[in-house]
Design a binder for this molecule. Structure first.
Ligand SMILES: [Zn+2]
Length: 205
């Protein structure tokens, strides 16, 4: 069941996976409702005539449907990883939302050679790289890694100041636990010394 989170200060709706939800009202649309993925966002198209409560009801139903389709992996509606361009725009959004816009990355991109790292940042040139192993993970986990790496553009080390920045992102503890679980399952055994020394997300500079 899709769970909607919203508040009255204009924070957008998100899916269970943390993907943004866009409600699109159309005057041409009379009685049909549709939902689909577009650039990493869940779009719900409804008739312009819908009341606010009809909108809420149908957004809830359609997100649940979209989620079922995603779980069944039925082609077209399956969430696709954001392109590097979308990723960069999303990172800028996260920086504004959680870091007061203080982190301004020069590039954000997916990479396939991160080995044990989920993400890395180079404060000297403002670049951020995310492991493409994150792509199938929930959006709120990817967002945590992005916020973590963005925060490294402001504070290089894992200091108290650094974690204060990162913890402005509300899913930080949950996402860290998720990634530790993934790392544990992947290794299927005891972590190596370097895994103990460094959290799964680590600075690359
Ligand atoms: Zn780090």
């Amino acid at each position: 069941m899709a769970r909607l989170r919203a508040n009255d200060v204009g924070v957008p709706l998100v899916t269970d996976d943390g993907a943004p939800v866009v409600v699109r009202r159309s005057a041409r649309r009379r009685r049909t409702v549709a939902a689909f993925w577009e650039d990493g966002k869940a779009v719900v198209a409804i008739p312009a005539s819908f009341t606010k409560s009809q909108e809420q009801e149908w957004v809830r139903r359609m997100l649940a449907k979209l989620k079922r389709q995603g779980e069944q992996g039925s082609g077209r509606n399956k969430r696709r990883p954001a392109t590097d361009e979308v990723l960069a725009a999303h990172a800028a959004h996260l920086s504004r939302t959680y870091l007061g816009g203080r982190a301004v990355p020069t590039s954000v991109r997916w990479v396939g050679n991160q080995n044990s790292r989920w993400g890395s940042a180079t404060p000297a040139d403002g670049t951020i790289r995310l492991s493409n192993k994150l792509q199938p993970m929930p959006q709120w986990v990817i967002d945590y890694v992005l916020v973590h790496e963005l925060a490294h553009l402001v504070v290089a080390g894992h200091t108290a100041d650094f974690w204060r920045l990162v913890e402005a992102y509300p899913e930080t503890q949950r996402a860290k636990a998720f990634l530790e679980g993934v790392a544990f399952a992947t290794s299927r055994g005891l972590p190596t010394d370097s895994d103990i020394d460094h959290p799964a997300v680590d600075l690359d500079s």
